[in-house]
Write a new protein. Sequence first.
Length: 242
Amino acid sequence: MRILYGPVDSWRLGRSLGVNPLSGKEKRCPWSCIYCQYGPTRMGTVRRQVWVTPEQLGRELAERGPDVADCVTFAGLGEPTLALNLPALVAQVRRVSNLPVVILTGSALLPLTEVRRDLLVFDRVVVKLDAPDNAFFQQINRPMPGYPFSFEAVLEGIRQFRRAYRGHFALQMMWVQTNRHAAQALAALARTLDPDEVQLDTPLQPALGGPVSAEQMAEIEQAFADMPARSIYRQSFAQRVE
């Protein structure tokens, strides 16, 4: 897989030029979420390393030339915070672009101080939170065997990052049939994190647990009525890759 992909139309971000800081053809992630569009995780890891150098990213950016896009988004094939050199990659993007730089993280490595520090360089950080407690976390996010952090540690990592971060902080919540009845609990949790935005999403590709319908999402939205929330069913889009 190349480092750059798109631009693609995202209901959350507008027209987004994607950066895959992990490169490679196999998904790398500490979790194997039931709804992941890339399927089960075969390369479960929490080890951060360099897969893409700033020079490699710079060459692809130069080859492409200017893109018509609203933002540059670090996501790609797996958990992007596994890339050890995120600040250097962001700096490379900023050398050639004035677009906002965004990252979509599943939150798996937010218990690590160095990961929270690296995320501070992004203009917008979208953090995933699908579960209100450990039981839902194990059922939906399915951390790899030996994953070293508890659900409580992940949540505390999100909380500590929010306290330090001054950019646009968004929570993404993926709703499937498994967690749709937990809307009140997740909304209560979200309020304690003070997000600038809550993104209520559901997988439109085949997924274990099944997507929620527009009617079910409307019920979920009621739990977030006092928050800056928006849902996939209330946005138009042409293609989703995140």
